[in-house]
Design a protein around this ligand. Structure first.
Ligand code: DHB
Ligand code: FE
Length: 283
């Protein structure tokens, strides 16, 4: 049977991709961020997951405001990236695992999640940045199952709904018959707001509280509404919904392997949180 061995929450600021492209990881501005990722890479090297299931939000590359599913699951055998206008060279394609995607899709529909299924899906920086942070060039040898959560076009799904989506995905993964190790990723956040009157908004105490509750008491985060998150974390900080879904896919008890918080990268409070799943350790 498949095992969900761990979960990772990470920010996905496009400038991180630009820094990787020009080898700036050791510059003073960047080192507090990249050094915070080194223990994650070490853990991944030793845990050797076969698949990454990634909860993320599309920023207009695959879905636009005219057609915006609340939840969408990739069901392709490969996923392309394309120019999003951030000045990043498009990433090479990622491999998909269509049978696993359909297993998850069937289980979600069974659990009454009315998702969109995407047999073609462009993935944006919210997938490519975490992939290159986790695996560098090796990222293109990994299989992914991308799961998009709308954090862009109102109305947004609630934290409670995203947590339950994650739980349903976690149950589906644990019931998959292949003998594989899976890591679940939540991409985005932490607090940031890119435009409007509160552009530049950061809420360090809220971010740190969320990173703590994601370990100890994720249910507490489901008490917030999506609009509470917009107010407390900024209009793009609501990407925290992806971390909440990631946490839902883990069992009740987790062990924090590593975390790092650094402000700012570009306009964003960046966080990384690596959790080992109590009931899903590597075989
Ligand atoms: C930035 C942050 C994001 O989450 C994003 O999707 C794009 C840009 C930023 O801080 O620059
Ligand atoms: Fe974003």
């Amino acid at each position: 049977m498949a095992r969900v061995i761990g979960g990772l929450g990470t920010s996905h600021v496009p400038a991180i991709g630009a820094a990787i492209a020009r080898g700036a990881q050791e510059e003073a501005y960047w080192s507090p961020f990249f050094e915070g990722f080194a223990p994650v890479c070490d853990w991944l090297k030793s845990a050797q997951p076969d698949i990454a299931v990634i909860f993320y939000n599309d920023h207009g590359l695959n879905f636009f405001l005219d057609k915006m599913p609340t939840f969408a699951v990739g069901a392709a055998s490969g996923y392309r990236n394309a120019d999003e206008g951030w000045g990043l060279a498009p990433a090479a394609p990622f491999m998909g695992d269509a049978p696993l995607s359909w297993h998850v899709i069937n289980a979600l529909v069974e659990r009454e999640f009315d998702i969109a299924t995407c047999q073609e899906m462009l993935v944006d920086h919210a997938v490519t940045i975490p992939m290159s942070l986790m695996w560098g060039e090796e990222a293109h040898r990994m299989c992914i199952v991308p799961i998009a959560i709308n954090t862009v076009q109102y109305p947004l799904p609630s934290p409670a709904r995203c947590f339950r989506l994650g739980q349903a995905v976690g149950d589906a993964l644990a019931s998959y018959e292949e003998d594989i190790n899976i890591v679940v990723v939540g991409s985005g956040g932490l607090s940031h707001q890119l435009d409007g009157a509160r552009a530049g908004f950061i809420n360090k105490s809220f971010d740190l509280m969320c990173m703590q509750q994601l370990v100890e008491d994720p249910d507490a985060l489901t008490e917030y509404s999506a609009l509470d998150l917009v107010e407390l974390a900024g209009s793009q900080g609501v990407e925290l919904l992806n971390w909440i879904a990631m946490r839902g896919a883990l069992s009740g008890k987790v062990r924090r392997v590593h975390s790092n918080y650094h402000v700012p990268i570009s306009n964003t409070a960046t966080g990384v949180l690596l959790l080992e799943n109590a009931s899903g350790g590597p075989a």
